[in-house]
Design a protein around this ligand. Sequence first.
Ligand SMILES: Nc1ccn([C@@H]2O[C@@H]3COP(=O)(O)O[C@H]3[C@H]2O)c(=O)n1
Length: 211
Amino acid sequence: MLTFQAFPLGPLQTNAYVVVDTTRTRAIVIDPGTADPALLRKVAGLQVEAILLTHAHFDHIGGVDELRAKWSCPVYLHPLEKDWLTDPAKNGSARWSDVTAPVKSGPPDHSLEDGQKLQLLGETFEVRHTPGHSPGSVSFVCGDLLFAGDALFRRSVGRTDLPGGHQDTLTKSIRSKLYALPDDTLVLPGHGPATTIGEEKRENPYVPALP
Ligand SMILES: Nc1ccn([C@@H]2O[C@@H]3COP(=O)(O)O[C@H]3[C@H]2O)c(=O)n1
């Protein structure tokens, strides 16, 4: 069985996830907001196969280059945000100098697209394009795990007032791409605690499931 651990990192306590394979030899990292020592200790001695980005706001990407350099692993990002890693204006770090220094890294190595199936850790990670919080937001489905980025939170959803955000688009993404998953799917969001699809369909005040 895959195992995973959340690391809430940085000024916005953004969840980075380390997912480890059944043999406990390989890992992937989702949304490394910083190259935090605890996260680095977790992957020390493992082969990091990839860094997956749900989107490229600064608080999800600050650890990208350090991890990529240490493990020579590729970085995956949706093409609508391909320029955001290299541009502090686009990734938001230029705007919020009160909470962050400018965040800048090299460009992504690979593009993600809706429906793509990534073979990582001996498992399939399906990409679902879930725009609305940002244009290139994606979620990753692996078995009964959903890495939802900032699309869906426990009893909340991502903000839609930032550049490229759009509320109706987010609502549509959540209903069509995430609520379509089985109720017992464990939702691992970009901020805050885990939840399940069934709970959010019943209890989420921002995007109730349609009857
Ligand atoms: N003090 C701050 C500074 C920045 N932000 C931005 O809001 C975004 C929420 O989604 P995110 O992808 O986690 O990125 C966050 C910041 O861009 C924020 O919400 N609050």
